[in-house]
Write a protein that binds this ligand. Structure first.
Ligand code: PMV
Length: 310
């Protein structure tokens, strides 16, 4: 093998987080300006494989729970290739923060899988690459919906419903402004909290969930028809429902309000919530830049502008 290289991207959920867990549709898209890159360099005999990722530099084997998914990505890919005797030094480099709902774990696993396959010049189907990435994600997330793995390596927006995925072709013109609150939100904690509230009040919370699913379905139809204003309204309503499910956060609220007062067509949290990132829909590039600057002035740690419709 030679040194291999792999690349994936960050992802954002436009709408449908949480209700997707209960069988409703969701829409997510890759953010092609935010790359995750990985390199896999063959270790020579007797050399201990090293990992360089985030703030970690050290033996791959001793890299701890945080990198369990990444180690699993190495393991399942080398098994797949039938070359478990060869060790690799792994290095990842990310343009976006980890643990903010941007899909960094799936993106890193996907990039590492690709880097190892590249090291052997292995021609492998997209389905097999996704399957390997999902196996790694199971270590990180337990029961991943597969949305992150598919989106972080995908070409464009994807609709997921009950495990079935299809490509979505947006029409019209719009921009997304994505902002990091700087608050770490645990997706696992958020998902467990919602489950607990649903079990305690199946009717009341069940209605919120169904309504969230309706908003997501309507939003996807709007995006495919190029109806940006109604799409924004659905995002706003989804935000209220997510708040009612108690996955909001005061810093998210502050940024969502700020985006709306600066002309966003809609604004909501993205991903698991309890912190992490928010996103806003902007009609054009000028609106997007103004919203982005306002969010920074309100304390957003980082802001990215993404063209939603190419
Ligand atoms: O926080 P993220 O980006 O991993 O998104 C979580 C999305 C949820 O719907 C809350 C959970 C899930 O498994 O789909």
């Amino acid at each position: 093998p030679h040194e291999g290289y792999g690349r994936t991207w960050a992802k954002a959920i436009l709408i449908g987080e949480h209700s997707v867990v209960y069988g409703h549709p969701a829409l997510a898209l890759p953010l092609h300006s935010l790359r995750m890159q990985a390199w896999a360099a063959p270790a020579t005999e007797g050399e201990e494989p090293q990992l360089s990722a985030l703030d970690y530099e050290g033996p791959l084997a001793g890299s701890g729970e945080r990198f369990g998914g990444l180690r699993r990505a190495v393991e399942v890919t080398l098994n797949y290739l039938g070359t478990t005797g060869q060790g690799f030094h792994i290095r990842t480099e990310s343009d976006f923060p980890a643990g903010r709902g941007l899909g960094s774990s799936a993106a890193a696993s996907g990039a590492v899988v690709r880097a190892l396959l590249d090291a052997y010049d292995a021609a492998v189907s997209d389905e097999d690459i996704l399957r390997l990435t999902n196996q790694a994600e199971q270590v990180t997330h337990g029961h991943p919906s597969g949305l992150d793995a598919a989106t972080t390596s995908g070409q464009g927006p994807v609709r997921l419903e009950q495990g079935a995925m299809r490509t979505v072709r947006p029409r019209g013109a719009a921009y997304l402004v994505i902002a990091d609150t700087g608050v770490a939100g645990s997706t696992k904690e958020a998902v467990e909290g919602v489950r607990g509230r649903l079990e305690a009040d199946p009717d009341g919370v069940g209605r919120l969930m169904d309504e969230l699913g309706n908003q997501a379905a309507a939003a996807i139809a709007d995006l495919e028809a190029g109806r940006m204003e109604p799409l924004g309204d659905h995002m706003n309503q989804a935000q209220e429902l997510l708040d009612a499910l108690q996955v909001g956060h005061p810093t998210l609220d502050k940024l969502v309000q700020e985006a709306r007062s600066n002309g966003a067509l809609g604004a909501k949290l993205t991903g698991g919530g309890l912190g992490g990132c928010m996103l806003a829909l902007a009609a054009d590039g000028d609106d997007a830049d103004r919203i982005g600057q306002a969010l920074k002035a309100q304390g957003a740690q980082q802001v990215w502008v993404h063209r939603l419709v190419a």
